[in-house]
Design a protein around this ligand. Structure first.
Ligand SMILES: C[S@@+](CC[C@H](N)C(=O)[O-])C[C@H]1O[C@@H](n2cnc3c(N)ncnc32)[C@H](O)[C@@H]1O
Length: 197
């Protein structure tokens, strides 16, 4: 509840600090790699849609999910302005209940800053829902903060927790850690187990 309120306030009060309008190089590299199978792309916790528009511009059907209506309204406007409205689908919805949405199977999934704020039950449901949705061989790129303190369960996730949670369904190919000011974080490059058909 507090989590939802925090994000509603953050978007309601103006432009939150993470809403840079810039697609990071890690996402650009992933799309340019040529190794992602054909198919739709999904941004989990898409905020105001910068990366959904980027994914649509790469020729993919792009789907954005966020539980803050004001963020999705801005994302829809951004997609219209960019001329990609026909290629995008947005949902005001909870990423921990993906099974409730009429989504196609996806070949690429992105999460920048959403997963690390979920409860442990939410993370489990999210991982199961995402695994069910992703095509074999599909790529999943996750950017997540690490916990500020090792015992902090409310925000942040470490590499071991990510691996334990996702390895039933995903191969963790690469982890790139970095420290942003006082906050350590990492990019996780994963792909869905199973051969692309
Ligand atoms: C730190 S922001 C990052 C937004 C966007 N990915 C970006 O990089 O600009 C995290 C986003 O996840 C969304 N979010 C958090 N928990 C969510 C949930 N359970 N379901 C849907 N969206 C959620 C928030 O509303 C917020 O837009």
């Amino acid at each position: 509840m507090l989590h939802t309120l925090f994000y509603r306030l953050a978007y309601g009060l103006g432009r939150p600090p993470w809403d840079t309008g810039i697609t990071p190089p890690e996402v650009v590299q992933a799309l340019a790699s040529g190794t992602i199978p054909e198919g739709a792309a999904l941004d989990l916790g898409c905020g105001t849609g910068t990366n959904v528009v980027y994914l649509a511009r790469q020729g993919r059907q792009a789907i954005g999910i966020d539980f803050v209506p004001a963020a999705i309204a801005k994302a829809r406007a951004r997609a219209r302005q960019a001329g990609v409205a026909e290629q995008v689908l947005f949902f005001v919805a909870d990423v921990t209940h993906l099974e409730a949405l009429p989504l196609p199977r996806v070949a690429f999934a992105l999460d920048m800053g959403c997963f690390h704020g979920l409860s442990s039950e939410g993370r489990q449901r999210y991982a199961e829902g995402l695994a069910a949705l992703m095509l074999p061989g599909g790529h999943y790129l996750l950017y997540a903060h690490e916990p500020a303190l090792p015992a902090d369960r409310s925000h942040g996730v470490n590499a071991e927790q990510v691996q334990v949670l996702f390895t039933p369904w995903f191969n963790v190919e690469r982890i790139e850690r970095s420290g942003e000011r006082d906050r350590a974080s990492a990019w996780y490059w994963m792909n869905r187990k199973g051969s692309p058909s």
